[in-house]
Design a protein around this ligand. Structure first.
Ligand SMILES: Cc1cc2nc3c(=O)[nH]c(=O)nc-3n(C[C@H](O)[C@H](O)[C@H](O)COP(=O)(O)OP(=O)(O)OC[C@H]3O[C@@H](n4cnc5c(N)ncnc54)[C@H](O)[C@@H]3O)c2cc1C
Length: 458
């Protein structure tokens, strides 16, 4: 590196420090490695600096300070989606991590909540449950509301209630010029359209108002078999999903569990097949709907009426940061040949999880007044996850998940699920028909391309 460049770097660093004080953490600072590490710890992101604001004003200050010295800005909440952002060079970017900007206020009479930009779904569930309300959260409670919702958000409520993005009523967002603005159907309506799908490419959302769902409890759970039953269980699930109403959203996974002491002994080191999900029906109707699956004699059956907050535990997502590589495709159908492809491909020991999620229903119906992404076409998501325990495992892990989803080429449609996008793939395709308008609005709201997002808008 030339001395001129070093001087420039030092100068930028000094100006950031002047503007933001101890709120900015630079490479070499003691906390740099802690604050730059995302939930997906396989991603070794090394931004120019990291800022962890505690208020909207501090987010505004961070954007002003970064842009004043010609740096880009990358919003990140938890880093569950860090692998997508990793395709972007962050050496000239300030990573704005919203880990300290958490808090939820529920307005029960309006069945709505105001959620600060870095809040997790667990925060919302804890605040909403006492009012007999819940939210369109995904399978993991420690994913952020903003990152999940603004990229679509597929939940166990989604076949009945649609993508989570449609529950967003308004956002408070810091734009590329450092202004804090409100965007809703009535204010900055074009920005409101863009951020509902365009997410972090349009600014840093410091709070959002979301609609809640009127459920205090839900019929939900999981059924588990040894993986030797994968073929029979998968075929039965495929036929079952083709028949169930939109009140049922479920997934089927083959999991290759490592021999870990943290796992219950009966699961440690085993390969299993699991069906889980939610049935938004009365107990009697839910029992009736589940009968064909229960007739397959699962080893474990936890389906029952549970308090809504328990739904985040049903899918058994890892509770701690996990190094992973993933790939997905959205399938138009799951005929017997596709099930056979799943059964064969799911045996790859390089996979941690081979998953099918049942989508369609309200997920596939565009919503009037919706944003850039309000739905996606397709009936199933096929999703492969491989663990990346050491950096050298990244290439084989990506190879394993790519080979897994490639097995579904004949049934793959054009759509993508934005929340399931990982690095190394064409993510703009996920915007579908909205891409052109998103690009025009990016030019308007962020002409200098200040914001670096996991799913970028060029
Ligand atoms: C264990 C696990 C379970 C999951 N389960 C589901 C599921 O059930 N359904 C589903 O649809 N998805 C699921 N996902 C995917 C997840 O929803 C996406 O990765 C989502 O983008 C994560 O959001 P985040 O903010 O937590 O992650 P981050 O990596 O922090 O954010 C991802 C992107 O969102 C944007 N963003 C985040 N916060 C803000 C903000 N405040 N303002 C502006 N932009 C922001 C940025 O562009 C950022 O690059 C899961 C992922 C994991 C790892």
């Amino acid at each position: 590196m030339s001395s001129t460049t070093e001087a420039t770097l030092d100068e930028r660093a000094a100006k950031l420090r002047d503007a933001l004080g101890s709120r900015v953490i630079l490479a070499g600072d003691p906390d740099y490695d802690v604050v730059r590490t995302p939930w997906n710890v396989a991603v070794d992101q090394r931004p120019f600096a990291v800022v962890t604001p505690e208020s909207a004003e501090e987010v505004v200050a961070a954007v002003h300070a970064a842009t004043a010295v010609g740096l880009r800005v990358a919003p990140q909440s938890t880093g569950h989606g860090a692998a997508a952002l990793a395709d972007t060079d962050l050496s000239d970017a300030v990573l704005v991590r919203l880990t300290r900007l958490r808090g939820v206020t529920v307005h029960p009479e309006a069945e709505a909540a105001i959620v600060l930009g870095g809040s997790h779904w667990n925060d919302v569930l804890a605040a909403a449950a006492p009012h007999g309300l819940t939210a369109p959260h995904g399978s993991a409670g420690d994913v952020s509301v903003a990152g999940y919702s603004l990229n679509g958000g597929v939940s166990f409520y989604s076949r009945a209630h649609g993508l989570a993005v449609n529950a967003v009523r308004s956002v408070q967002i810091v734009t590329a010029d450092g202004a804090l603005v409100r965007a809703s159907a009535h204010q900055n309506a074009d920005l409101f359209w863009a951020v509902r799908g365009g997410s972090g490419a349009f600014g840093i959302v410091v709070s959002l108002e979301i609609e809640l769902l009127p459920y205090a409890d839900v019929f939900a759970g999981m059924l588990l078999w040894d993986a030797e039953h994968t073929a029979a269980v998968s075929q039965a699930w495929a036929e079952w999903t083709a028949s169930v109403p939109e009140s049922v959203t479920s997934s089927l996974r083959v999991l290759h569990l490592p021999p870990l002491p943290e796992l219950p002994p009966f699961l440690s080191g085993r390969s299993i097949v699991v069906i889980d999900g939610a049935v938004l029906e009365s107990d009697a109707r839910a029992e009736e709907l589940l009968r064909p699956l229960r007739d397959l004699g699962p080893e474990v059956d936890t389906f029952a009426r549970i308090p809504v907050a328990g739904l985040v535990h049903v899918h058994m997502d890892p509770p701690q940061p996990t190094p992973a590589a993933t790939r997905h495709r959205v399938l138009d159908a799951l005929p017997a040949e596709a099930v056979a492809a799943f059964v064969a491909a799911s045996t790859d020991p390089g996979l941690f999880v081979a998953e099918l999620r049942h989508v369609g229903g309200a997920i596939a119906r565009p919503v009037p007044g919706g944003g850039a992404v309000s739905a996606f076409a397709g009936e199933y998501i096929v999703h492969g996850i491989a663990v990346v325990p050491v950096p050298e495992a990244a290439v084989p892990a990506r190879g394993a998940v790519t080979a897994f989803v490639d097995a579904f080429e004949p049934w793959t449609g054009d759509a993508l699920a934005l929340t399931f996008l990982d690095g190394g793939v064409d993510r703009e395709a996920g915007f579908g028909a909205a891409l052109e308008r998103l690009r025009a609005l990016k030019e308007h709201w962020d002409p200098q391309d200040v914001f670096a997002a996991g799913n970028p808008v060029a």
